[in-house]
Ligand binder design. Structure first.
Ligand SMILES: [Zn+2]
Length: 455
C-alpha cells in the first residue's frame, strides 16, 4: 500500500469530490432559522450510506443528529468523528461576491456558506474514508460519527445526547475537524478548550434614585458598594482572592509547557491585532495566561445616570456582569458556589445570579495518541503542526472528555482566513484536499496503533 496512490486518487477524483461538496453546500441548513435542516440531514445520511456507513437520524429536542457507524470488531481502535451540518445565516447578502448557497471557485478557494464551517471539513472526512476503502480495502479501525445540527446555536442538545447514549458512543478517541488552522499557515492541533461561567451581581440601595443633595451622606450608594466588593475580590497582581477559586486546577505538564514555548509569538503583531500596544510579556507567559489560567473578567457595569450633562442622583441599584473562563479541572458550579459564598459573607443583601456555564476540557499532551495524530498531520501536510494544549475560547469539547470520558483532539482543516460566520466564507482547495488526505492517513496510522500503550 502506498500513499502515492492516495494522492493520485485525490487528483483524479477532484471534480467529483468538489461536486459532492457543492451539492452539500447548495442544501441550506440554517439552524437558527430552522431552514432546510431535515433536508440537509437526509442528504448527509445518503452520502454516508453511499460510503458504506450504517447511518440513522436521531431526534433531539431540537434539530436531529446524524449518527453513523462502521464497526469491524469490538477489539479494534474506535474513532468517533464529530462535526456539524448546520450553518450560520448568510446575511448581509449584498456583501457576498457570489451567492452564498451557490458555491463558486475563485483564486484557489471555494466560496459559499458552510465551505469552511463546517461542511467542507466534514465532507473532507467522509471522502477520506471513501478513498481509504477504495485504495486499501477494509478499514483497520471502527468508526463512529456524530454530526449535529445545532452547533451554530450553542449545541444545546448535544450534552444530553452524549449523556443518554454513552454506550453507543463508546470510543478510544474523538476527532473534530472544525475551526481554522494557525495564521502562519501551519496546521494547528488543539487539545481542549477553556470553560466559562457567567454571573451577574446586583447591589441595591434606597428604593428609588434619590436627590444627591437632599440625601447625600444619608442614603448609601450601591455603585460604591459594588466597586468595594469587586475591589476586594482581586489583588493588584490580578490574583483572585475568593477562597477555593483556584481549587482543582490541573497544572500544566512539562510537555504542555514545552508546547506553549514553541508557539509563535510576535508581541508587536499581536498587539496590533488586538488593538493594545501595551503588551509586555514573553510568549510563554502569553500562552500560559491564555490557555492554562482562569480569567475573572468584568464584562459590563451599570448604575445611575450616564447620559449627557449632569443628573445629581444617588442611584438605587448597581450591577456588574462577569464572565469567568475556566481551565481543566475547574467545575463551573463549584466555582459559582465559592463566589456566591464569598458575596453572601461580604454582604448578605447583595445578590448574585447564575447566567450560564460550560465546562472546560483538556486532553493530556502526554498521551501517545497525541503523538500519533501529530505525526499523521505532519505527514499529510508536509509541515510540522503547532500544538496548543487548549483553546483560549470555549467549545463544548467537555461532552467528550468529561461526559464520555474519552480523549478528544481538534484538528481544523480550514484555512485561517476562512471567514466563517461572515460574508465570502471560503475554504482553500488545498485545505479541502489536504483534509481528505489527512483523514485517510489518520485511519491508516490508527490501524497500526496499539491502544494498550496508554494503559
Ligand atoms: Zn461556526
Amino acid at each position: 500500500m502506498t500513499f502515492d496512490e492516495v494522492d493520485e486518487m485525490i487528483s483524479s477524483h477532484k471534480e467529483e469530490f468538489l461536486e459532492q461538496l457543492f451539492t452539500f453546500i447548495r442544501q441550506k441548513s440554517i439552524s437558527t432559522e430552522n431552514e432546510g435542516m431535515t433536508e440537509c440531514a437526509d442528504l448527509l445520511k445518503a452520502y454516508m450510506e453511499e460510503s458504506g456507513i450504517e447511518t440513522k437520524i436521531m431526534q433531539t429536542e431540537g434539530h436531529p443528529i446524524v449518527y453513523g457507524e462502521m464497526v469491524r470488531d469490538k477489539h479494534s481502535f474506535t474513532l468517533l468523528i464529530y462535526g456539524h451540518y448546520d450553518v450560520q445565516p448568510a446575511d448581509p447578502l449584498d456583501q457576498w461576491v457570489s451567492p452564498p448557497f451557490d458555491p463558486t471557485i475563485r483564486d484557489g478557494r471555494v466560496y459559499g456558506r458552510g465551505t469552511g464551517d463546517n461542511k467542507g471539513q466534514l465532507m473532507a472526512q467522509l471522502l477520506g474514508i471513501k478513498i481509504y476503502k477504495e485504495v486499501f480495502g477494509d478499514l483497520p479501525i471502527n468508526l463512529k460519527f456524530v454530526f449535529e445540527g445545532e452547533e451554530e446555536k450553542g449545541s444545546v442538545n448535544l450534552p444530553r445526547f452524549v449523556s443518554d447514549n454513552q454506550e453507543l458512543l463508546k470510543a478510544d478517541l474523538v476527532y473534530t475537524a472544525d475551526g481554522s488552522s494557525h495564521y502562519s499557515g501551519s496546521p494547528l492541533i488543539l487539545l481542549g478548550a477553556r470553560g466559562m461561567l457567567s454571573i451577574e451581581i446586583t447591589v441595591k440601595g434606597a428604593e428609588w434614585d434619590n436627590h444627591s443633595g437632599n440625601t447625600g451622606n444619608i442614603v448609601p450608594n450601591p455603585a460604591w458598594k459594588l466597586i468595594d466588593l469587586l475591589h476586594s475580590m482581586k489583588d493588584e497582581n490580578g490574583d483572585v482572592l475568593i477562597e477555593g477559586f483556584y481549587d482543582y486546577i490541573r497544572s500544566p505538564s512539562e510537555k504542555e509547557m514545552e508546547l506553549l514555548r514553541q508557539l509563535p509569538f510576535d508581541q508587536k503583531k499581536i498587539g496590533s491585532k488586538i488593538g493594545y500596544s501595551g503588551l509586555t510579556m514573553d510568549g510563554e507567559s502569553y500562552y500560559r495566561k491564555l490557555t492554562m489560567e482562569p480569567t475573572f473578567n468584568i464584562s459590563g457595569m451599570e448604575s445611575g445616570y450616564t447620559g449627557g450633562g449632569v443628573k445629581t442622583i444617588i442611584p438605587a441599584t448597581a450591577s456588574a456582569k462577569m464572565d469567568i473562563r475556566l481551565v481543566a479541572d475547574q467545575d463551573p458550579s463549584y466555582v459559582y458556589d465559592r463566589i456566591s459564598d464569598y458575596i453572601k459573607e461580604y454582604d448578605p443583601d447583595m445578590e448574585v445570579e447564575f447566567l450560564g456555564s460550560m465546562k472546560p476540557s483538556r486532553t493530556s499532551a502526554d498521551m501517545k495518541i497525541v503523538d500519533v495524530v501529530t505525526n499523521v498531520v505532519h505527514q499529510a501536510y508536509n509541515t510540522k503542526p503547532l500544538i496548543q494544549p487548549s483553546l483560549s475560547g470555549s467549545l463544548p469539547d467537555y461532552v467528550w472528555t468529561s461526559i464520555l470520558q474519552t480523549p478528544s483532539i481538534i484538528m481544523p482543516y480550514a484555512n485561517f482566513d476562512q471567514r466563517n460566520h461572515s460574508p465570502n466564507e471560503n475554504i482553500k482547495l488545498d485545505s479541502f484536499f489536504g483534509g481528505i488526505k489527512c483523514t485517510c492517513t489518520l485511519i491508516e496510522r490508527l490501524g497500526e496503533y496499539d491502544k494498550s500503550f496508554e494503559k
